[in-house]
Write a new protein. Structure first.
Length: 300
């Protein structure tokens, strides 16, 4: 069994905390700004923060790979930013954090269908189990009017599929790319349109709102820590260890998000625990090695 250093474990825990807090940051950002304003501010600030990196590493970027950088930026940051804030108008932050853990599920599905990933039965079984948990979670979660929040959860499924597309693109076409460059180029592609869109909204008129300072601070923290720092840290972790170790962050984010949401006053019901257990069990099955393969490795 491979042994990982204390520094790698510490980085894994820090990433889990950052991404777990991201959902509560979105929640407080939405106290003042609309869902699209939160997403646009998040992307715009991420672009500004990484602009110096882009200028510094610009000469190292291969022209033939630019299209993949742009696709990673769109699927890995742009589209999910809008999907998550729209859904969190109706779905609590802890639930959004749990549904985010479906990313490895869709990574497998898209990988098999479009990126020549090897098909394994245990991954299919895990997919079914995880999706069952997601359906339980959002079907029984009711909106104020009493209807199911399943419809509002659909953008979260789109976001996780978008993350999965980004992960497969990185693995297939940008495996050797520098993590700083990967983030900076991606943000440059989505950042300028986000800034233009932001100034078509009324976000400047919120400056006198009661929660303006808290909301803006939450979005800036979300941008800097949850988008820029976490993305760079995640790619670094994968490069220093392996994809299996990096995927452990998926197990920890939902736990952090649920606990933070509970502390912030969000209600926790029995079906939340059941749905979360199904999702985590499905992810575990997907990441588990088949018995035949494990036994073969043991004899080597």
């Amino acid at each position: 069994m491979q042994k990982y250093s204390t520094a790698n474990w510490l980085l894994l825990i820090i990433l889990s905390l950052i991404w777990g807090f991201s959902f509560i940051f979105m929640k407080y950002g939405l106290k003042t700004f609309s869902w699209d304003e939160v997403a646009a501010i998040r992307i715009s600030f991420s672009f500004i923060a990484t602009l110096p990196i882009l200028i510094f590493y610009f000469k190292q970027i291969k022209k033939s790979e630019i299209k993949y950088y742009c696709m990673v930026g769109f699927f890995g940051s742009g589209l999910p930013a809008f999907c998550f804030t729209f859904s969190q108008i109706h779905i609590e932050s802890g639930i959004a954090g749990v549904l985010n853990s479906l990313t490895p599920v869709f990574t497998f599905v898209l990988g098999v269908l479009f990126f020549t990933m090897k098909f394994e039965k245990n991954k299919l079984y895990g997919l079914i189990v995880a999706l069952t948990g997601a359906i339980i979670l959002v079907y029984f979660d009711k909106a104020p009017g009493g209807e199911s929040n399943l419809l509002y959860a659909l953008p979260l499924f789109v976001a996780t599929m978008s993350y999965a597309t980004s992960a497969n693109l990185v693995k297939r076409y940008l495996q050797t790319a520098h993590p700083l460059t990967l983030g900076a180029v991606g943000f440059s592609f989505i950042g300028i349109p986000a800034i233009i869109y932001l100034f078509t909204t009324d976000f400047l008129q919120h400056s006198h709102d009661e929660y303006f300072t808290i909301s803006l601070s939450s979005i800036l923290a979300l941008s800097f820590f949850g988008t820029v720092i976490a993305s760079i840290g995640y790619y670094t972790l994968i490069q220093r260890t392996d994809a299996i170790f990096g995927s452990l962050v998926t197990y920890l984010i939902p736990i952090v998000a649920i606990l933070i949401g509970f502390i912030d006053g969000e209600k926790l019901f029995f079906y939340h625990l059941i749905g979360m257990l199904f999702i985590l069990a499905g992810i575990y099955i997907i990441n588990a090695k088949p018995k035949v393969q494990a036994s073969e490795n043991a004899t080597k």
